[in-house]
Design a protein around this ligand. Structure first.
Ligand code: MN
Length: 482
């Protein structure tokens, strides 16, 4: 470890935290992992997206969803991971009403995704141990004297990404969770809807005296669904575990729950070990064999990842601004498609206008074409549009009723194109100078009163219906009034 991550306890002793994160990512397939019912149960009645396979009725057999395999390949590529040519499914046994089969179908011995790494914005690399595919469990809602079971989520395709214990601070835990979310969204494998649990983080935290050979006993905080709660839970666990050690006690290996309101973790149950699940190969699903050709084909249109954009825009967009923009995958893709010389203007427009608008999320779903945006930038450069007019046209490009009409046409319709034709401008200036009401101002200017020039420019702008380029007008006026 090159950097000092140590945390000092009350007794002045230093401790080093070590964190590993498991993340479940819900894949955006149309149907479930082993059956052909709808995979998107948002807003639907409980138990309405369930097939006899998900109910585990006798005689039903699972059939593997090929689309989910393709998404797994993309997810692996996003994390610079090896894709294993052969992977297999296993049964993980446990008894609980959220799983009618009595086991979860997962990949224990031969996962589809092998070792890789995720690079944080700080440049630190967090190694990926592996990632495997599995079906989700159902959901229980507990009431005072009974519980209700909703199986809509049963066998929703997930990949579980397991990091190495390479994280040593709450900040890095936060950054890693966020970077994973970005990678999965950029790779297009998930909707990334955190509110609906599309990505859930399990955080393993331990602390050990600085310089100790062995890691301390770890706890696992399960089912965190925001980057902020990952950060807060790690922060809390580091403090709590140091206090336990300072009191001369031992940290218990256990699963703990997170309470977002109190900002605390509480003990739930002692941690199971692999042997408790009696893993065995899943006999109903044949091994998955991926040829090189299959993988290449799936990755041939693989999009740019956040790290690629950091490289690409290193000289055009400031680091901290870029980190904000990277949270909007559609926006980054659009900027990536644009002429490099227009990036600065576009970033200004998007940040000053769009990110300040309340409707930004809605706007960002449906961005104007790169062609329209490039044209807008060119009109601004040629001074055909003032900076205010550029912003106005920019916003109009998002208007569904203006879609496809083209930047130039919209600017024309709104009467925003500046008059740059010097001949035409001169004529307008002459008209204004011929008006009796400007005579006094002209005399005053010639007598040395600079400030009346503003009045005359205003008159010309009015005469041109706001289309004249003010700096060109000023130049012409100065010439004519010499
Ligand atoms: Mn899992």
């Amino acid at each position: 470890m090159a950097e000092d991550y140590s945390v000092t306890g009350k007794d002045g002793k230093k401790y080093t935290p070590t964190i590993g994160i498991e993340c479940h990512v819900q894949l955006r397939t149309k149907t479930k992992l082993f059956s052909e019912v709808d995979n998107d149960a948002r807003g639907k009645e409980p138990n309405s997206c369930v097939s006899p396979v998900d109910y585990a009725l006798p005689g039903m057999l699972p059939r593997l969803n090929g689309r989910a395999i393709k998404f797994a390949v993309r997810a692996g590529r996003a994390m610079n991971c090896e894709i294993n040519p052969e992977s297999r499914f296993d049964r993980k046994h446990y008894f609980y009403p959220d799983s009618p089969k009595g086991y979860q179908i997962t990949q224990f011995y031969h996962p589809i995704i092998g070792a890789g790494y995720v690079e944080l914005s700080s440049g630190r690399k967090i190694r990926i141990e592996h990632a495997h595919m599995e079906g989700d469990a159902g959901k229980l809602t507990h009431y005072a004297t009974y519980s209700l079971v909703d199986l809509n989520r049963v066998d929703t395709p997930l990949i579980e990404i397991v990091s190495m214990p390479d994280i040593h601070s709450a900040q890095d835990a936060h950054d890693y969770a966020k970077e994973l979310w970005r990678l999965m969204c950029y790779a297009g494998v998930t909707y990334g809807d955190l509110y609906n649990g599309n990505m859930r983080f399990d955080v393993n935290t331990s602390v050990a005296p600085e310089g100790a050979e062995e890691l301390g006993t770890r706890t696992e905080v399960k089912n965190l669904n925001s980057f902020r709660s990952v950060e807060r839970a790690v922060e809390y666990e580091i403090k709590r575990q140091i206090q336990v050690l300072e009191a001369g006690e031992k940290v218990k290996q256990e699963t703990r729950g997170w309470n977002d309101a109190t900002g605390q973790t509480t003990a739930q149950r002692s941690k199971e070990e692999a042997k408790d699940y009696r893993y065995m190969p899943e006999p109903d699903i044949p091994p998955v064999h991926l040829t090189e050709e299959f993988i290449e084909n799936e990755l041939k249109d693989f999009p740019l990842m956040p790290a690629d954009y950091r490289e690409k825009f290193r000289d055009t967009i400031k680091d901290d601004l870029l980190e904000i923009l990277l949270d909007y995958p559609t926006l980054m893709k659009k900027l990536g498609d644009m002429d490099e010389k227009h990036i600065t203007l576009m970033v200004n427009l998007f940040t000053s206008v769009l990110l300040a608008e309340e409707k930004s999320a809605e706007y960002l779903n449906d961005l104007p074409s790169a062609k329209d945006l490039n044209e807008l930038a060119e009109m601004n450069e040629k001074k055909e549009l003032s900076s205010t007019a550029t912003k106005e046209v920019f916003l109009k490009l998002f208007d569904p009723q203006m879609k496809g009409r083209g930047t130039k046409n919209i600017a024309k319709e709104l009467g925003l194109i500046q008059e740059n034709d010097l001949g035409a401008l001169e004529q307008i200036v002459d008209t204004v100078l011929a008006k009796p009401e400007t005579k006094k101002a002209q005399e005053d200017y010639r007598a040395g009163e600079e400030k009346v020039l503003g009045f005359l420019i205003g008159q010309v702008m009015k005469e041109s219906h706001g289309k004249a380029n003010p700096s060109a007008v000023q130049q012409i006026l100065r010439e004519k009034l010499k």
